[in-house]
Design a protein around this ligand. Sequence first.
Ligand SMILES: [Zn+2]
Length: 204
Amino acid sequence: MKNTSKLVLTLTVMASFAFIKPKHSEPKKINIVIDAGHGGDDFGATSDAITEKHIVAQVTKKIKSLNSNVVIHFTRDEDNFLSLKDRTDFINKLKPDLVLSLHVNSSLNNETSGLEFYVAKETEFFEKSNEIAEKLIDKFATCKNLKISTVKTGPFYILKKSDVPAVIVELGYLTNENDKKYLIDENEQNKMAKSISEFISEMK
Ligand SMILES: [Zn+2]
């Protein structure tokens, strides 16, 4: 081998080592997607001038402003319309550790109230999602004025089509007077955001 070829080989070997990760690399960061439901022309549940899309955007903004040691991604930052497919395409490209999709409920029965947590049976991530939802419910126990359900199942698109654990959080019923009061209350929104933020920052 000529000396120049030796040099080229040595440099090539050195260069390739430069890309090998050090053994004691940082622990893997947890990645979370917060999906604020609806947006743009899709208002979601409405009551007078109050809209679901606006409430979930406000809570999402509050989660964003809270410090967290996890990486949080958002399906929408603005009041724009995104189809359910747009959302799951984004999620499946990113492959986060968890998706939390935030919504507000409505019912023909105005007595129906409280927070609800949904996971889908129709996915291989059902058990993991269920486990996460149960822990998340515990975090909301500090929101004393709210009725909190046990984990429910529903074949919702975002839950079925996300290739990662996913939970829908229905923050309350806009059709119930008591729920509506806390859903639009700044302090109550802060508490909800804090519960979610604390939960995700403790994820491993
Ligand atoms: Zn919704």
